[in-house]
Design a protein around this ligand. Structure first.
Ligand SMILES: [Zn+2]
Length: 428
């Protein structure tokens, strides 16, 4: 019931009340994870920490950080005792940090986060009768989710069309002109590309009232492109599989409100909490996930801490920038622009049993290197199957180089770059 109250009324709670809720939740979560989840039990024991030592958010910093690689272990390590992993809703994440991982939640936990996100989007201007078109990667959506999310749509409410980020912008534009959504959401690279296609074709039929950008970093360049093509406010929803929504952009002031009803968000700079104006890494604790607890989880995203009170009047932590994850499109010999996700998804799927981390580097227009750090030595057949699925996505003239490496190092900024291109845009 407390979850429902937080989600349903949370956005109306004052900071004091949010904080009290976080304290209570954290106690329950820590005890539950210690008793029922092998990963956390080990983590605590290794640190010589008893769950009783955590009395509230103040003590959070004493808990060691959990990394993505910890969640790559089998379900038996990370799913709490008493939950059947096969019945949980799964989110398989592939692209953003270069390490495939599966997140699991119960049906109830999933709905709760979904409703919370809708609630936030309504504060951003979404109306229940609006149709939303979401341009993203939908290949890995759990079929259990696909059907069950649909019932309000029978009444014409919260209608959502899923459009693939993998198809050409011209084709996306055609689909969008048929659907005429009031809200356009998804990857900003693709939204900008659709806008450009609309501009080139001279059509004025696509007029979203609101644009919600997510899934990758909205760079200033992309923002200016999207603003140029569409006369609609552009707001960022900062989300990740592990938490659903983490923060959302204030309609009035451009800052991001942290979703304190849903998670505890820490920003860590050189091992300590970042001060206002400082940039650091996001470490999050999910307050509504008990099937697969997420406690002090390092997300591999960079953000900048904003003031404790937004000029719009809302209290609570804010972020002033989300540097996050930048995605670079690969331009192929034919001139086709390829979203790196199109390679990441089939590759991760084909190599799910042995791939730990990868890095995809486009060296030349016609040559792409795939650095793969394996958990174990893959067999020749396994390598051949990866080669095959990548070949299906790429033109004949593009050379595919698979390379097994012992370690993939992060870039100079400390962030892992899952993919990038050395081809200057425009030179292809
Ligand atoms: Zn605000």
């Amino acid at each position: 019931m407390e979850s429902l109250a937080a989600i349903g009324l949370g956005p109306r709670w004052n900071q004091e009340r949010v904080r009290r809720f976080q304290d209570r939740r954290l106690l329950r979560l820590v005890r539950h994870a210690y008793e029922n989840v092998p990963h956390y039990r080990r983590l605590f024991e290794k640190a010589g920490l008893r769950p009783e030592a955590i009395r509230g958010v103040e003590d959070l910093g004493r808990i060691p950080i959990t990394h993505r690689s910890d969640f790559q272990a089998g379900a038996e390590e990370v799913v709490a005792r008493g939950y059947d992993p096969r019945r949980l809703i799964t989110h398989r994440s592939s692209g953003t940090t270069g390490e495939p991982m599966t997140m699991r939640r119960t049906w109830f936990e999933e709905r709760l986060l979904h409703v919370f996100r809708l609630w936030v989007q309504m504060s951003e201007g979404l109306r229940p009768t609006d149709a939303r078109a979401a341009i993203a990667l939908h290949r890995w959506i759990d079929p259990k989710l696909r059907d069950r999310h649909k019932w309000p749509e029978r009444f014409g409410l919260f209608v959502r069309y899923a459009l693939s980020c993998e198809i050409a912008p011209e084709e996306l534009l055609e689909q969008l002109l048929r659907l005429r959504p009031e809200v356009l959401q998804g990857y900003p690279n693709q939204i900008a590309a659709v806008g450009l296609a609309a501009k080139r074709s001279g059509t004025t039929g696509l007029k979203p009232r609101l644009i919600l950008s997510g899934g990758e970093t909205l760079t200033p360049l992309l923002l200016s492109q999207i603003r140029e093509y569409f006369c609609a406010p552009v707001l960022v929803n900062y989300a990740a599989h592990e938490f659903n929504l983490l923060a959302y952009q204030c309609r009035e002031e451009g800052l991001f409100h942290v979703c304190g009803e849903s998670l505890i968000l820490e920003v860590i700079h050189e091992g300590r909490p970042a001060a206002e104006g400082e940039t650091g890494e996001v470490v999050g604790t999910a307050l509504h996930s008990f099937a697969m607890p997420v406690i002090r989880y390092r997300l591999n995203d960079l953000v900048t801490v904003g003031p404790q009170r937004c000029p719009c009047g809302l209290e609570g932590p804010t972020l002033s920038a989300i540097q996050g994850r930048v995605i670079e499109m690969f331009t192929l010999p034919s001139g086709r622009k390829l979203h790196p996700y199109s390679l990441v998804v089939p590759m991760s799927k084909a190599a799910v049993s042995w791939l730990r981390q990868y890095q995809i580097i486009q060296e030349r227009v016609d040559s792409i290197r795939f650095l793969m750090e394996p958990v174990r030595e893959p067999s020749p057949e396994e390598m051949a199957s990866v080669q095959r699925v990548l070949r299906d996505e790429l033109e004949e003239s593009v050379a595919i180089q698979l390379e097994l490496v012992s370690e993939i190092r992060p870039g100079s900024n400390g962030k892992h770059r899952p993919y990038y291109t050395r081809v200057k845009s425009g030179s292809a």
